[in-house]
Design a protein around this ligand. Sequence first.
Ligand code: GSH
Length: 194
Amino acid sequence: MKLYLATGACSLADHIALNEAELPFDMIKVDLATHKTETGEDYFAINPKGYIPLLVLDDGQTLTENAAILCWIADQAPRLAPAGELGRMRLIEELSFIAAELHKPFIRSFFPVNDAERDMARHMIRGRLDYLDGRLADDYLFGAEMSVADAYLFVMLRWAQASRHSLSPALAAFLARMTARPAVARALAREGLA
Ligand SMILES: N[C@@H](CCC(=O)N[C@@H](CS)C(=O)NCC(=O)O)C(=O)O
């Protein structure tokens, strides 16, 4: 298996989830400015979408989109998904929320076309962080056990911290709790972020 990623980018969520699932993989770094892989290949030729993450399965099939890749990883390690009748739907609900309502506004705030767009994106992120603060009464989004959605949220909170959004005590504690997990520490070290 191969994961195409960029250091500290959203693909860190997939990296963490693969580690948590104990699924070994080769890591290929992509330079998002030039869209070249670390071995000099044209990334558009590998993934026409041009963005990371991309997961190449052992049989050569490819998966893109964090939500889909994280769902696939949870299928390989069901303890990384919420249980119960609506468990899978709850996971999709959470991943969709993080992708559309948090990840995308972060991209808008990092690369705005103007100040108004940046301010609007930051305002949206603030509202989402406030909502998530209320969700984190337990250790993780779905209670006492970590899921792949927590890996995605972890990356978003790293970005929030780096871009000077204040984190509530519950969100800061979640960030610290995730950072202390061995699978997370290994991912950070392998990406050179430790
Ligand atoms: N919808 C995609 C978005 C992924 C995404 O935004 N990737 C960013 C890094 S965090 C990227 O590769 N940007 C470079 C580009 O768009 O060319 C997903 O959820 O997987």
